[in-house]
Design a protein around this ligand. Structure first.
Ligand SMILES: Cc1ncc(COP(=O)(O)OP(=O)(O)O)c(N)n1
Ligand SMILES: Cc1nc(C(=O)O)sc1CCOP(=O)(O)O
Ligand SMILES: [Mg+2]
Length: 225
């Protein structure tokens, strides 16, 4: 079954923090400059300890430094992995993966109003199950090689195309996305592109990266209408 005719909204940037932040105040200052540089739909706090588990202490510290400011810019704040922490920090939502709290349980913890996002890797089947369990968006990846996360699987743009044609829940593209390689994922139908190193490690700095991503998203949007 296909969706009724409609104009898909412009693809937006979904920003993910670097996995480690040593100075929360310095990061907050950089983030404010970055958010001033262009549209960002949401910010995911994804802070990991040496074992790859959520770093709760760092998430609390960075969350306290950035949450109000991000919200003042109209940027939704999501916490990675922990629905309990998302509630505690007054965040807008939580993102959970296959090794985390199941989507249904995450929804029960955060309630109806908060956002629950779910990892789908390269599986339409898992994505549909996540939607049925109450996810507000599903994230396909990894589209490109990444050094931000170990153990990713290869995803291909047809996942986004088919999802966009047949499903209503928004889809996110993630994994190694840069200013240079984002376009095919936007064209394929990503509602959001989730980016970490492509912003924080950009040679001209994070604000320049956010401005450049937005130029591309605007150009591709104008090309569709
Ligand atoms: C938007 C988005 N998509 C996918 C992920 C990956 O989640 P997960 O598989 O749980 O891996 P970790 O991020 O916890 O290492 C994500 N965080 N955000
Ligand atoms: C957190 C994450 N999840 C992925 C997945 O495939 O599910 S790839 C990834 C890393 C995203 O960071 P970067 O933009 O630096 O590649
Ligand atoms: Mg996770």
């Amino acid at each position: 079954m296909s969706k009724p005719e409609y104009t898909r909204p412009r693809t937006r940037l979904y920003l993910i923090t670097p996995p480690r932040i040593d100075d929360a105040d310095a990061f907050a200052a950089l983030l404010e400059t970055a958010l001033s540089a262009g549209d960002v739909a949401c910010l995911q706090l994804r802070l990991k300890d040496a074992s790859g588990a959520i770093d709760e202490a760092a998430t609390r510290e960075v969350g306290a430094a950035v949450t109000e400011m991000a919200k003042a810019y109209g940027v939704a704040v999501l916490i990675n992995d922990s629905p309990q922490l998302a509630v505690e920090l007054g965040a807008d939502g939580v993102h959970v993966g296959w090794d985390d709290v199941p989507v249904k349980d995450a929804r029960a913890i955060v309630g109806k109003e908060m956002i629950v996002g779910a990892t789908a890797k390269n599986s339409r089947h898992i994505a549909m199950q996540a939607g049925e369990a109450g996810a507000d968006y599903v994230a396909f990846g990894a589209f490109y090689p990444t050094s931000t996360k170990d153990g990713t699987v290869q995803a291909t743009p047809d996942l986004l195309e088919v999802w966009q044609e047949s499903m209503e829940i928004p889809c996110v593209a993630i994994g190694g996305i840069t200013v240079e390689n984002a376009a095919p994922l936007v064209t394929a139908g990503a509602d959001f592109i989730a980016v970490s190193s492509g912003v924080w490690d950009h040679p001209d700095g994070a604000p320049a990266a956010i401005a450049a991503f937005n130029r591309i998203l605007d150009e591709l949007d104008q090309g569709r209408s």
